[in-house]
Design a protein around this ligand. Structure first.
Ligand SMILES: [Zn+2]
Length: 276
């Protein structure tokens, strides 16, 4: 049988680095499907896990892609390509065990893996995590970030296929240029409509609710009863946010001097490569 899935693009890096935005942009190409964090397919149809973790973030339990989806083999991406009719699948899972396993599995097939390491100023990442998990200690969040960066650097160094490092801040300030660059990298034709990612249908598992909310808001007429709900502390920012790509630098106002000092001590040196 001729394989339908030709390419898989992994968006790696630390959580809260803009991978949902990048996934939605790349997933707006006419021949690609953004699965979100494909590792969450392990939870599909598992009634013991919370519903919000195992359904499409946009459509909820009645999603045309995930509603009845059961993983049938190790070759998840071929199954997804058959289901969606798209030859390029985008996966933004951050877990390095998952990524290593999937990359190894794809090696046994005729499909090609591509790796993007999406980088963002660590101070912005910590600020975003503190906003989401206000009761967590900054020290622990900084440690988690450092660990994730180290694991991703290892993955990137060991990966022998096409790979590229992209800064979230570059993507958000020069979306056309960076999207063109990534299309060249992925060897797909650039389509200007990709930048209007909020006009396209998406079915992500997991990922950033704020960014996904911009899709829901723009498609209000079609998605009469969207599944996605924003937590109160995010509502105002995203309600007032235009759907167009915009650089999020809230950390510059929000991150306290104490956390900044701690971050400099613990992660300042590593952050040199990520600084914006
Ligand atoms: Zn859906």
């Amino acid at each position: 049988m001729i394989r339908v899935n030709k390419k898989v693009c992994f968006i790696s890096g630390a959580g809260h680095s803009g991978s949902t935005l990048l996934g939605l942009i790349l997933g707006s190409h006419s021949d690609s499907f953004y699965a979100g964090e494909a590792r969450k397919t392990m939870l599909l149809q598992n009634k013991n896990s919370p519903e919000s973790k195992r359904v499409c973030k946009i459509c909820g339990p009645t999603c045309p892609i995930w509603q009845d989806f059961t993983v049938e083999s190790h070759d998840l991406y071929e199954q997804l390509s058959i289901k969606t009719g798209k030859s390029l699948i985008i996966d933004s899972t951050k877990n390095s065990d998952w990524l290593n396993t999937q990359i190894e599995t794809l090696r046994q097939t005729s499909a090609q893996s591509w790796l993007i390491f999406l980088q963002r100023d660590g101070r912005a990442v910590i600020n975003s995590r503190l906003r989401k998990y206000p009761t967590q200690e900054a020290k622990r969040l900084i440690n988690d970030w450092l660990e994730q960066i180290e694991l991703t650097e290892q993955l990137f160094a060991n990966f022998d296929g096409p790979k590229i490092k992209i800064h979230y801040e570059e993507l958000a300030t020069e979306p056309t240029c960076i999207t063109q660059k990534l299309c060249n990298f992925l060897e797909i034709p650039y389509q200007s409509t990709m930048l209007n990612y909020y006009h396209h249908a998406h079915h992500p598992l997991g990922g950033n609710s704020g960014t996904q909310f911009l899709v829901v808001k723009s498609q209000h007429d079609r998605l009469k009863q969207p599944y996605l709900q924003l937590a109160a502390q995010h509502e105002a920012y995203y309600q007032n946010h235009p759907p167009e790509i915009r650089l999020d630098l809230r950390w510059k106002q929000e991150l306290s001097p104490t956390v900044r000092t701690l971050f400099e001590e613990m992660g300042g040196a590593i952050n040199e490569a990520f600084k914006f």
